[in-house]
Write a new protein. Structure first.
Length: 467
């Protein structure tokens, strides 16, 4: 009692809670404070306990008055009056640990006391409050889980429909398969020819670049050698100045020659630098040219596809024009037939133009549909990710509930073992009581026989005396 995990509530709040949530109808109206305090009525408290068990475990009223069939009892008639109280006490002993009360006993049902009943009822009220809140949370999680399942099924249906649409759009109809094969073979041949030409050009450019690099490397080597020669010449000149005194004219001539050589070397170096820069520009231009060639190839592929279609159309038109010319040569006399043939030709041309426009529109529509399908597919994937996260959260919560359920089942098994031990003890006590009753009965029978024998003796003596 000193270490409570729940508050002991006043009698007024307990009575109001029992009326609202546990009892129903006339039972709730007839309940009052006098039924609990100061002298609690056993009938009322037993009724409250029964209604609590019915509310929590959904027991039927018949189950409280039935003797268990698994028990081997010698005289079941004796237990019929005590069956309801016995089952109620055992069920309450199993139930009260959920309310954080582990010392429930049979006297709490048969002979309840005020403080003890308030303590037990406050624990029951606390548990029912907790149960109601947990039920609300569980129902909310259930509703969310059902909504997420429905949304997941809808998204799966949408995904399947989108996949069917993608398959329909990606598959070529049998009417257009021949044209598609012809166009695809032509495009592949053009790609092969363009790739071969492009590779040949790339190889030639790479060879030229390698040659230019080799030439530039040789010239750089020559420049480095010339610079070394100049440095050695300058050192020799300085050494010779200290040893030989030359005429100023010779010095001037030598200096002019050296200057001319230096100017030539500078000019050669500038030319080499200009060539090197030109080679670098050519390399950059080659890379840019490669990119332009790739873009041009792509454009050329698209243009060649269009040209092939136009060629096919022009071939058809030429064939029709040739047929018309032959008809005109053969049937010059029939002007009416010529007019009809011209009209037919014009109609065919118009049909061809219309077919071209229809094909363009169909291609545009197919592209738009494919874009829309891709957008829908992306949205579905995003929604699917959110649904998967929600499902993971729900599964984690379900696992937590399952763990709690396992703990509760373990505690129930322990309490069941305790109750079985109590029943065994009661059975042993009842057997001893029955044995004592049988012994008392036999003793009483012997005493009665002895008394009857004495009475018969006395009666016989009186008869003899009277005679």
């Amino acid at each position: 009692m000193t270490t409570l995990t729940f508050p002991i509530q006043p009698t007024s709040s307990i009575v109001s809670f029992v009326k609202q949530h546990i009892l129903m109808g006339c039972e709730a109206k007839s309940l009052g404070k006098n039924d609990l305090v100061p002298n609690p009525k056993p009938e009322v408290i037993q009724k409250i306990y029964m209604r609590v068990l019915q509310l929590v475990f959904d027991y039927r009223p018949e189950q409280f008055y039935v003797v268990p069939m698994g028990l081997d009892l010698p005289y079941t008639e004796i237990y019929e009056g005590f069956a309801a109280l016995g089952t109620l006490s055992t069920l309450m002993e199993q139930f009260m640990p959920y309310c954080r009360v582990s010392d429930f006993c049979l006297s709490d049902v048969l002979d309840p006391k005020a403080k003890r009943t308030l303590y037990l009822l406050s624990g029951i009220v606390n548990y029912i409050h907790f149960r109601q809140y947990r039920q609300k949370d569980y129902m909310e999680h259930l509703s969310k889980y059902k909504a997420s399942l429905e949304s997941m099924h809808q998204l799966q249906k949408l995904n399947d429909e989108a996949q069917m649409k993608i398959e329909k759009l990606s598959t070529v109809p049998p009417e257009q398969q021949a044209e598609f094969k012809v166009i695809s073979t032509g495009v592949q041949e053009l790609q092969q020819t363009i790739n071969q030409e492009y590779q040949a050009k790339v190889v030639t450019l790479q060879e030229r670049i390698a040659q230019n690099k080799a030439i530039s490397a040789e010239k750089n080597k020559k420049l480095s050698q010339i610079r070394l020669d100049l440095a050695t010449m300058k050192e020799d000149q300085e050494r010779m100045k200290s040893q030989i005194i030359e005429s100023p004219e010779r010095r001037k001539n030598k200096m002019e020659k050296l200057r001319e050589n230096v100017m030539k070397l500078k000019r050669e170096q500038e030319e080499i630098n200009e060539r090197y820069e030109n080679y670098q520009d050519k390399i950059a231009f080659g890379i840019h040219w490669q990119l332009e060639v790739q873009s041009f190839c792509k454009k050329q592929q698209s243009k060649e596809a269009i040209l092939e279609k136009t060629k096919l159309i022009l071939a058809e038109i030429r064939n029709e024009e040739e047929q018309i010319a032959n008809d005109n040569n053969e049937l010059k006399s029939l002007a009416s037939e010529e007019l009809l043939s011209k009209r037919n030709v014009n109609q065919r041309k118009e049909k061809i133009i219309k077919l071209d426009t229809m094909l363009k529109k169909k291609r545009e529509d197919n592209e738009q549909r494919s874009q829309e399908v891709n957008k829908v597919y992306n949205c579905i994937q995003e929604k699917r990710g959110t649904v998967v996260e929600q499902m993971d959260q729900v599964q984690k919560k379900i696992k937590k509930v399952q763990l709690e359920r396992k703990h509760l089942l373990e505690s129930m098994e322990k309490e069941k073992m305790k109750s079985q031990e109590i029943i065994r003890n009661l059975k042993a006590g009842l057997d001893k009581y029955h044995e004592s009753l049988m012994k008392v009965r036999e003793r009483n029978a012997l005493q009665r026989r002895e008394k009857i024998a004495e009475l018969t003796r006395l009666m016989n003596r009186r008869k003899k005396t009277i005679e």
